[in-house]
Design a protein. Structure first.
Length: 367
Protein backbone atom coordinates (compact mmCIF):
# COMPACT_ATOMS: atom_id res chain seq x y z
CA UNK A 1 0.00 0.00 0.00
CA UNK A 2 1.05 3.63 -0.44
CA UNK A 3 1.74 6.71 1.57
CA UNK A 4 0.03 9.94 0.54
CA UNK A 5 1.81 13.26 1.05
CA UNK A 6 0.38 16.74 0.59
CA UNK A 7 2.96 19.51 0.53
CA UNK A 8 1.87 23.18 0.69
CA UNK A 9 -1.37 22.45 -1.18
CA UNK A 10 -3.60 25.42 -1.95
CA UNK A 11 -6.64 25.78 -4.20
CA UNK A 12 -7.59 29.29 -5.28
CA UNK A 13 -10.77 30.08 -7.18
CA UNK A 14 -11.38 33.25 -9.25
CA UNK A 15 -11.57 36.35 -7.08
CA UNK A 16 -8.63 35.12 -4.97
CA UNK A 17 -10.96 32.87 -2.98
CA UNK A 18 -9.05 30.13 -1.16
CA UNK A 19 -10.89 26.80 -0.92
CA UNK A 20 -7.89 25.35 0.92
CA UNK A 21 -4.67 27.05 1.97
CA UNK A 22 -1.21 25.62 2.62
CA UNK A 23 -2.27 22.06 3.47
CA UNK A 24 0.60 19.88 4.70
CA UNK A 25 -0.16 16.31 5.62
CA UNK A 26 1.50 12.91 5.55
CA UNK A 27 -0.74 9.82 5.51
CA UNK A 28 1.00 6.57 6.34
CA UNK A 29 0.58 3.32 4.44
CA UNK A 30 -2.44 1.30 5.71
CA UNK A 31 -3.69 4.27 7.75
CA UNK A 32 -7.37 5.26 7.98
CA UNK A 33 -7.49 9.08 7.97
CA UNK A 34 -10.73 11.05 8.20
CA UNK A 35 -11.17 14.65 7.08
CA UNK A 36 -13.98 16.31 9.05
CA UNK A 37 -15.41 19.78 9.25
CA UNK A 38 -18.47 21.87 8.39
CA UNK A 39 -19.71 22.38 4.84
CA UNK A 40 -17.35 24.55 2.81
CA UNK A 41 -14.28 23.87 4.97
CA UNK A 42 -12.30 22.38 2.04
CA UNK A 43 -12.30 18.70 2.96
CA UNK A 44 -13.87 17.44 -0.29
CA UNK A 45 -11.68 19.77 -2.35
CA UNK A 46 -8.62 18.24 -0.67
CA UNK A 47 -9.87 14.73 -1.46
CA UNK A 48 -10.58 15.64 -5.10
CA UNK A 49 -7.05 17.03 -5.45
CA UNK A 50 -5.65 13.72 -4.17
CA UNK A 51 -7.86 11.90 -6.68
CA UNK A 52 -6.84 14.19 -9.55
CA UNK A 53 -10.38 15.46 -10.10
CA UNK A 54 -9.22 18.97 -9.13
CA UNK A 55 -5.89 20.62 -9.89
CA UNK A 56 -3.99 22.21 -7.02
CA UNK A 57 -3.16 25.87 -7.59
CA UNK A 58 0.00 25.43 -5.51
CA UNK A 59 1.85 22.54 -3.91
CA UNK A 60 2.65 18.90 -4.60
CA UNK A 61 0.72 15.63 -4.19
CA UNK A 62 2.68 12.40 -3.79
CA UNK A 63 1.26 8.87 -3.82
CA UNK A 64 4.06 6.63 -2.68
CA UNK A 65 7.23 8.19 -4.07
CA UNK A 66 5.52 9.46 -7.22
CA UNK A 67 4.64 13.13 -7.78
CA UNK A 68 1.15 12.88 -9.27
CA UNK A 69 0.19 16.52 -9.93
CA UNK A 70 0.20 15.90 -13.68
CA UNK A 71 -0.92 12.27 -13.55
CA UNK A 72 -4.56 11.74 -14.68
CA UNK A 73 -6.96 10.11 -12.18
CA UNK A 74 -7.07 6.79 -14.05
CA UNK A 75 -3.30 6.39 -13.67
CA UNK A 76 -3.03 7.28 -9.95
CA UNK A 77 -4.01 3.77 -8.79
CA UNK A 78 -6.75 5.11 -6.51
CA UNK A 79 -10.41 4.14 -6.19
CA UNK A 80 -13.09 6.58 -5.09
CA UNK A 81 -16.49 5.95 -3.50
CA UNK A 82 -18.92 8.84 -3.91
CA UNK A 83 -21.94 10.03 -1.96
CA UNK A 84 -24.36 9.27 -4.82
CA UNK A 85 -23.10 5.69 -5.55
CA UNK A 86 -22.68 6.51 -9.32
CA UNK A 87 -23.87 3.07 -10.47
CA UNK A 88 -24.82 2.44 -14.11
CA UNK A 89 -28.60 1.82 -13.99
CA UNK A 90 -28.69 -0.41 -17.09
CA UNK A 91 -25.99 -2.76 -15.76
CA UNK A 92 -26.31 -5.54 -13.20
CA UNK A 93 -24.38 -5.43 -9.95
CA UNK A 94 -21.83 -7.83 -11.45
CA UNK A 95 -21.41 -5.66 -14.54
CA UNK A 96 -21.05 -2.49 -12.46
CA UNK A 97 -18.31 -4.09 -10.37
CA UNK A 98 -16.55 -5.57 -13.39
CA UNK A 99 -16.78 -2.53 -15.66
CA UNK A 100 -13.51 -0.85 -14.62
CA UNK A 101 -11.58 -4.10 -14.95
CA UNK A 102 -12.99 -4.71 -18.43
CA UNK A 103 -11.89 -1.24 -19.53
CA UNK A 104 -8.38 -2.16 -18.38
CA UNK A 105 -8.51 -5.40 -20.43
CA UNK A 106 -8.22 -7.79 -17.48
CA UNK A 107 -8.68 -11.47 -18.37
CA UNK A 108 -12.23 -12.75 -17.94
CA UNK A 109 -11.19 -15.32 -15.33
CA UNK A 110 -9.46 -12.70 -13.20
CA UNK A 111 -12.47 -10.36 -13.43
CA UNK A 112 -14.72 -13.20 -12.26
CA UNK A 113 -12.40 -14.02 -9.35
CA UNK A 114 -12.07 -10.41 -8.21
CA UNK A 115 -15.81 -9.68 -8.39
CA UNK A 116 -16.68 -12.85 -6.51
CA UNK A 117 -14.05 -12.11 -3.85
CA UNK A 118 -15.34 -8.56 -3.34
CA UNK A 119 -18.95 -9.73 -3.28
CA UNK A 120 -18.05 -12.30 -0.62
CA UNK A 121 -16.29 -9.70 1.52
CA UNK A 122 -19.34 -7.41 1.36
CA UNK A 123 -22.01 -10.13 1.59
CA UNK A 124 -23.64 -9.24 -1.74
CA UNK A 125 -23.18 -12.51 -3.63
CA UNK A 126 -26.96 -12.90 -4.04
CA UNK A 127 -27.29 -9.43 -5.54
CA UNK A 128 -24.90 -9.85 -8.47
CA UNK A 129 -27.64 -10.31 -11.07
CA UNK A 130 -29.86 -7.46 -9.88
CA UNK A 131 -30.06 -3.96 -11.35
CA UNK A 132 -29.46 -0.88 -9.12
CA UNK A 133 -33.20 -0.03 -9.10
CA UNK A 134 -33.83 -3.34 -7.32
CA UNK A 135 -31.48 -2.48 -4.44
CA UNK A 136 -31.85 -0.57 -1.18
CA UNK A 137 -29.60 2.40 -0.39
CA UNK A 138 -27.39 0.26 1.82
CA UNK A 139 -27.06 -2.41 -0.86
CA UNK A 140 -26.16 0.19 -3.50
CA UNK A 141 -23.49 1.58 -1.20
CA UNK A 142 -22.02 -1.90 -0.79
CA UNK A 143 -21.91 -2.29 -4.57
CA UNK A 144 -20.15 1.08 -4.90
CA UNK A 145 -17.57 -0.06 -2.32
CA UNK A 146 -17.26 -3.42 -4.10
CA UNK A 147 -16.52 -1.68 -7.39
CA UNK A 148 -13.60 0.04 -5.61
CA UNK A 149 -12.38 -3.16 -3.95
CA UNK A 150 -12.04 -5.12 -7.21
CA UNK A 151 -9.52 -2.57 -8.44
CA UNK A 152 -7.17 -3.40 -5.54
CA UNK A 153 -5.90 0.20 -5.59
CA UNK A 154 -3.07 1.73 -3.61
CA UNK A 155 -5.47 4.18 -1.93
CA UNK A 156 -9.23 4.19 -1.26
CA UNK A 157 -10.96 7.58 -1.19
CA UNK A 158 -14.44 8.00 0.34
CA UNK A 159 -16.39 11.25 -0.20
CA UNK A 160 -19.26 11.36 2.33
CA UNK A 161 -20.39 7.87 1.24
CA UNK A 162 -23.03 7.42 3.96
CA UNK A 163 -24.84 10.76 3.71
CA UNK A 164 -27.79 9.35 1.75
CA UNK A 165 -28.47 6.49 4.18
CA UNK A 166 -30.86 6.49 7.13
CA UNK A 167 -29.45 6.70 10.66
CA UNK A 168 -29.53 2.96 11.39
CA UNK A 169 -27.92 2.05 8.06
CA UNK A 170 -25.20 4.67 8.56
CA UNK A 171 -24.20 3.04 11.85
CA UNK A 172 -24.12 -0.38 10.18
CA UNK A 173 -22.15 0.78 7.15
CA UNK A 174 -19.54 2.70 9.11
CA UNK A 175 -18.85 -0.50 11.06
CA UNK A 176 -18.63 -2.45 7.81
CA UNK A 177 -16.16 0.05 6.29
CA UNK A 178 -14.03 -0.08 9.45
CA UNK A 179 -13.96 -3.89 9.32
CA UNK A 180 -13.15 -3.69 5.61
CA UNK A 181 -10.13 -1.54 6.36
CA UNK A 182 -8.86 -4.01 8.95
CA UNK A 183 -9.36 -6.89 6.52
CA UNK A 184 -7.79 -5.27 3.45
CA UNK A 185 -4.99 -3.46 5.36
CA UNK A 186 -5.03 -0.65 2.81
CA UNK A 187 -4.69 3.14 2.92
CA UNK A 188 -8.09 4.82 3.28
CA UNK A 189 -8.95 8.52 3.24
CA UNK A 190 -12.50 9.38 4.25
CA UNK A 191 -14.37 12.70 4.14
CA UNK A 192 -17.38 13.45 6.33
CA UNK A 193 -19.15 16.37 8.01
CA UNK A 194 -20.32 14.01 10.78
CA UNK A 195 -17.98 14.13 13.78
CA UNK A 196 -19.43 10.89 15.18
CA UNK A 197 -18.44 9.10 11.95
CA UNK A 198 -14.99 10.65 12.21
CA UNK A 199 -14.49 9.67 15.86
CA UNK A 200 -15.64 6.07 15.39
CA UNK A 201 -13.80 5.34 12.15
CA UNK A 202 -10.53 7.23 11.89
CA UNK A 203 -7.18 6.20 13.32
CA UNK A 204 -6.30 9.87 12.79
CA UNK A 205 -8.65 12.78 12.20
CA UNK A 206 -7.95 15.98 10.29
CA UNK A 207 -10.25 18.77 11.52
CA UNK A 208 -10.71 21.57 8.98
CA UNK A 209 -12.30 25.01 9.00
CA UNK A 210 -12.28 27.73 6.32
CA UNK A 211 -9.78 25.85 4.17
CA UNK A 212 -7.25 25.44 6.98
CA UNK A 213 -6.27 22.42 9.07
CA UNK A 214 -7.11 23.14 12.71
CA UNK A 215 -5.75 19.96 14.30
CA UNK A 216 -4.57 16.47 13.34
CA UNK A 217 -4.74 13.82 16.04
CA UNK A 218 -6.23 10.51 17.09
CA UNK A 219 -9.87 10.65 18.33
CA UNK A 220 -9.10 10.60 22.06
CA UNK A 221 -6.52 13.37 21.80
CA UNK A 222 -8.94 15.52 19.83
CA UNK A 223 -11.59 15.00 22.50
CA UNK A 224 -9.35 15.52 25.54
CA UNK A 225 -6.87 18.07 24.20
CA UNK A 226 -8.44 20.30 21.52
CA UNK A 227 -6.06 23.02 20.35
CA UNK A 228 -8.74 25.69 20.06
CA UNK A 229 -12.38 26.52 20.74
CA UNK A 230 -13.53 25.41 17.27
CA UNK A 231 -12.15 21.88 17.64
CA UNK A 232 -13.46 21.67 21.22
CA UNK A 233 -16.96 22.63 20.08
CA UNK A 234 -17.00 20.55 16.89
CA UNK A 235 -15.86 17.27 18.47
CA UNK A 236 -18.28 15.79 20.98
CA UNK A 237 -22.05 15.32 21.14
CA UNK A 238 -23.75 17.32 22.54
CA UNK A 239 -21.14 20.03 21.95
CA UNK A 240 -19.00 21.51 24.69
CA UNK A 241 -20.59 24.30 26.75
CA UNK A 242 -18.85 27.68 26.46
CA UNK A 243 -19.21 30.56 28.93
CA UNK A 244 -17.34 33.87 29.10
CA UNK A 245 -16.18 35.48 32.33
CA UNK A 246 -13.17 36.83 34.22
CA UNK A 247 -10.64 34.97 36.32
CA UNK A 248 -10.83 36.33 39.88
CA UNK A 249 -9.07 35.68 43.17
CA UNK A 250 -10.83 34.76 46.40
CA UNK A 251 -9.15 33.63 49.62
CA UNK A 252 -5.87 33.46 47.72
CA UNK A 253 -7.29 31.02 45.14
CA UNK A 254 -8.24 31.54 41.51
CA UNK A 255 -11.88 31.25 40.50
CA UNK A 256 -13.77 31.53 37.24
CA UNK A 257 -16.63 34.00 37.60
CA UNK A 258 -19.59 33.40 35.26
CA UNK A 259 -21.61 36.17 36.84
CA UNK A 260 -24.27 34.04 38.52
CA UNK A 261 -21.80 31.49 39.86
CA UNK A 262 -18.12 31.16 40.73
CA UNK A 263 -16.13 27.91 40.53
CA UNK A 264 -12.65 27.26 41.87
CA UNK A 265 -9.86 26.55 39.38
CA UNK A 266 -8.00 23.47 40.57
CA UNK A 267 -4.44 23.92 41.82
CA UNK A 268 -2.97 21.96 38.89
CA UNK A 269 -4.37 24.60 36.49
CA UNK A 270 -3.81 27.67 38.65
CA UNK A 271 -0.20 28.32 37.53
CA UNK A 272 -1.15 28.38 33.85
CA UNK A 273 -4.22 30.52 34.53
CA UNK A 274 -2.40 33.03 36.79
CA UNK A 275 -1.48 35.39 33.90
CA UNK A 276 -5.20 35.69 33.12
CA UNK A 277 -6.09 37.01 36.59
CA UNK A 278 -8.49 39.93 36.12
CA UNK A 279 -9.00 39.10 32.44
CA UNK A 280 -11.99 37.60 30.66
CA UNK A 281 -11.56 34.05 29.30
CA UNK A 282 -13.78 31.41 27.71
CA UNK A 283 -14.65 28.56 30.07
CA UNK A 284 -15.52 25.23 28.43
CA UNK A 285 -17.02 22.12 29.96
CA UNK A 286 -18.46 19.05 28.25
CA UNK A 287 -22.04 18.01 29.06
CA UNK A 288 -20.87 14.67 30.49
CA UNK A 289 -18.73 16.54 33.08
CA UNK A 290 -21.75 18.23 34.66
CA UNK A 291 -23.49 16.10 37.32
CA UNK A 292 -26.74 16.31 39.26
CA UNK A 293 -25.69 16.89 42.88
CA UNK A 294 -28.25 14.27 44.02
CA UNK A 295 -26.06 11.59 42.45
CA UNK A 296 -22.69 12.84 43.73
CA UNK A 297 -21.53 11.47 47.09
CA UNK A 298 -19.05 14.27 47.81
CA UNK A 299 -19.86 17.59 46.14
CA UNK A 300 -17.33 20.36 46.87
CA UNK A 301 -19.29 23.59 47.42
CA UNK A 302 -16.74 25.56 45.37
CA UNK A 303 -17.57 23.38 42.32
CA UNK A 304 -21.36 23.42 42.81
CA UNK A 305 -23.66 25.77 40.91
CA UNK A 306 -27.41 26.36 40.67
CA UNK A 307 -29.36 26.38 37.39
CA UNK A 308 -32.93 26.00 36.19
CA UNK A 309 -33.93 22.85 34.30
CA UNK A 310 -35.79 24.00 31.17
CA UNK A 311 -35.97 20.90 28.94
CA UNK A 312 -35.17 17.19 29.30
CA UNK A 313 -34.43 14.98 26.28
CA UNK A 314 -34.61 11.28 27.27
CA UNK A 315 -32.23 9.18 25.14
CA UNK A 316 -32.73 5.83 26.88
CA UNK A 317 -29.56 5.07 28.82
CA UNK A 318 -28.86 8.79 29.16
CA UNK A 319 -30.67 12.12 29.10
CA UNK A 320 -29.76 15.63 27.98
CA UNK A 321 -30.79 18.36 30.42
CA UNK A 322 -30.99 21.92 29.06
CA UNK A 323 -30.25 24.43 31.81
CA UNK A 324 -30.33 28.17 32.38
CA UNK A 325 -28.04 29.82 34.92
CA UNK A 326 -29.85 33.16 34.60
CA UNK A 327 -27.08 34.40 32.33
CA UNK A 328 -26.05 31.46 30.15
CA UNK A 329 -27.47 28.20 28.78
CA UNK A 330 -25.79 24.86 29.55
CA UNK A 331 -26.39 21.26 28.54
CA UNK A 332 -25.70 18.33 30.87
CA UNK A 333 -25.55 14.68 29.83
CA UNK A 334 -26.78 12.57 32.75
CA UNK A 335 -28.10 9.08 33.45
CA UNK A 336 -31.36 8.15 31.81
CA UNK A 337 -33.15 7.81 35.15
CA UNK A 338 -32.19 11.30 36.30
CA UNK A 339 -35.41 13.28 35.80
CA UNK A 340 -35.34 16.66 37.55
CA UNK A 341 -38.48 18.79 37.62
CA UNK A 342 -38.99 21.14 34.70
CA UNK A 343 -38.70 24.89 35.50
CA UNK A 344 -37.20 24.07 38.90
CA UNK A 345 -33.75 25.00 40.19
CA UNK A 346 -31.29 22.16 40.64
CA UNK A 347 -27.79 21.91 42.10
CA UNK A 348 -25.09 20.83 39.69
CA UNK A 349 -21.50 19.76 40.28
CA UNK A 350 -18.85 20.67 37.69
CA UNK A 351 -15.85 18.36 37.31
CA UNK A 352 -13.20 21.09 37.39
CA UNK A 353 -10.44 18.63 36.49
CA UNK A 354 -12.03 18.25 33.04
CA UNK A 355 -12.67 21.89 32.15
CA UNK A 356 -10.99 23.80 29.33
CA UNK A 357 -10.04 27.46 29.14
CA UNK A 358 -9.60 29.42 25.90
CA UNK A 359 -8.10 32.82 25.18
CA UNK A 360 -10.99 35.20 24.48
CA UNK A 361 -9.19 37.01 21.65
CA UNK A 362 -7.54 34.08 19.80
CA UNK A 363 -9.78 31.11 20.79
CA UNK A 364 -6.55 29.15 21.41
CA UNK A 365 -6.60 26.66 24.26
CA UNK A 366 -5.00 27.88 27.49
CA UNK A 367 -5.49 24.54 29.23
Amino acid sequence: MAQVSLKNISKVFPGNIYAIKDINLGIESKEFVVFVGPSGCGKSTTLRIIAGLEDATEGQVYIGDQLVNNVPPKDRDIAMVFQNYALYPHMTVYENMAFGLRLRKYPKAEIEARVQEAASILGIEKLLHRKPRELSGGQMQRVAVGRAIVRKPLVFLFDEPLSNLDAKMRVLMRTEIKKLHMRLQTTMIYVTHDQIEAMTMGSRIVVMKDGLIQQIADPITLFDKPVNKFVAGFIGSPPMNFVKGPVIKKDGKLYFNEGTFQVKIIDAMAKVMAPYFGKEVIFGIRPEDIYDKLFVSEAPPENTIKATCEVIEPMGSEAYIYLNTGKNSLVAKVGGHDKPAINQDMDLVLDMSKVHFFDKDTDITII
